[in-house]
Design a protein around this ligand. Structure first.
Ligand SMILES: Cc1ncc(COP(=O)(O)O)c(C=O)c1O
Length: 376
């Protein structure tokens, strides 16, 4: 089994701790336990009192009833029984792909997107074809190309909606065309949905509601702002598939643990408040990012629609210098970005703009300064 390095994760593992101005992360500024507890009418007193007495056994194996109830509210067609908790969305993707794909299977994956969605099936021996995203399409791939790529043997199509690193969104009408193609060859559709668009206008729906062979993976890491609680989930209408996934869970994780399950359930119970906070950060910071891009001639961007990742284009930097530039930027200014070559797109960079406002403003200011100094 040969597993290639995870480009963006490897970059962050090496460099993120040396950053003083981190504008690379895809999360929304993370919540503390104190902030989460403050969403409770009694400030979390009853919740904490109960948790203090709770035995730290394995807890509920697939997720507590409270957790499943909260997650099921995010879907219209997924019963509670068809929701399985996982170790983050990474765990959900890992497990679903392991459950679906084997040696020689044909898989199509939106590319580039979250690397796990194509390199993990490849490692399992699948033949993976890339459904290429295109800048001129607002970073979406072309439906006609997917139509030409599917084969009668296509087992799985992997999507990321909204997508990393660009923030591009597949609307339900776009997805209905993808589903029609998947259905024509009886393929499963796995969609990593950790980035929920946070504006009210964008039309959005989870794949598990749209397609009988759709698998939605998600977590509380990104839109819900709590990546330090390692809880995600798989949701699907397909009961038989859930049984297959259950078998793998017993080999890979057992449960997410009592503490993580309890906090994740609380976060989801208060999702309206969590999302309102996230919406405010995304909206305010996106305006700052837009102002900066518009007055900075050395960069351009197809702006995301209320999604916490964005993808910057360097107008004059030679693409083969992207990583060298990002390392020097970090060393000389403390500003962390993720160079686009880590997503197989040199000449660009991921900007995680949903950090605190001061870091964002200062990070962008120093990035501008350094762009000038570097290009001299
Ligand atoms: C698209 C996507 N899926 C999954 C993850 C990881 O999610 P989790 O923290 O829930 O494992 C990331 C993290 O960057 C991501 O960008």
């Amino acid at each position: 089994m040969e597993l290639v390095q995870f480009g963006c994760e490897d970059w962050l593992n090496v460099w993120e701790k040396s950053a003083t101005l981190d504008i690379a992360q895809s999360t929304i500024e993370a919540l503390s336990l104190e902030e989460i507890l403050s969403f409770e009418p009694d400030g979390g007193k009853a919740f904490m009192a109960k948790l203090m007495k709770e035995q730290f056994s394995y807890g509920w194996i697939e997720g507590s009833p409270a957790f499943k109830t909260e997650v099921a509210k995010l879907y219209q067609r997924v019963p509670e029984d068809n929701i399985l908790s996982t170790n983050g969305a990474t765990g959900a993707n890992f497990l679903s792909i392991l459950g679906l794909v084997g040696q020689g299977d044909h898989v199509i994956a939106q590319y580039p997107s979250y690397q796990q969605l194509y390199d993990w099936p490849k490692t399992l021996g699948a033949q993976v074809d890339y459904w290429q995203i295109k800048e001129e399409n607002g970073w979406l791939p072309a439906i006609d190309e997917l139509r030409q790529m599917v084969k009668p043997t296509t087992k799985l199509i992997c999507l990321n909606n909204a997508a990393q690193p660009t923030g591009a969104i597949m609307t339900p009408s776009f997805l209905s065309e993808v589903i029609e193609i998947a259905r024509s060859v009886d393929a499963y559709l796995l969609c990593d949905e950790v980035y929920l668009p946070l504006d009210e206008e964008t039309d959005y729906a989870p794949i598990a509601d749209l397609y009988e062979k759709g698998i939605s993976t998600n977590s509380i890491s990104k839109t819900y702002s709590v990546p330090g609680i390692r809880v995600g989930w798989i949701a699907t209408q397909d009961r038989n598939l859930c049984y297959e996934f259950r078998k793998i869970r017993d080999y890979t994780m057992i449960s997410t643990g009592v503490f993580d399950d309890a906090v994740a359930s609380l976060v989801l119970k208060h999702r309206e408040k969590v999302l309102a906070r996230a919406r405010q950060i995304v909206k305010g910071n996106l305006a700052i990012l837009k102002d900066w891009v518009e007055q900075e001639p050395l960069v351009s961007m197809i702006f995301p629609k209320a999604v916490s990742v964005s993808f910057l284009k360097f107008e004059e930097l030679p693409p083969n210098k992207t990583e060298e530039f990002a390392i020097q930027l970090l060393k000389e200014t403390g500003v962390l970005i993720i160079p686009g070559n880590r997503f197989d797109l040199p000449g660009y960079a991921r900007i995680g703009y949903c950090t605190d406002e001061k870091t964002l403003r200062e990070g962008l200011r120093k990035l501008s300064e350094f762009l000038r100094a570097y290009q001299k």
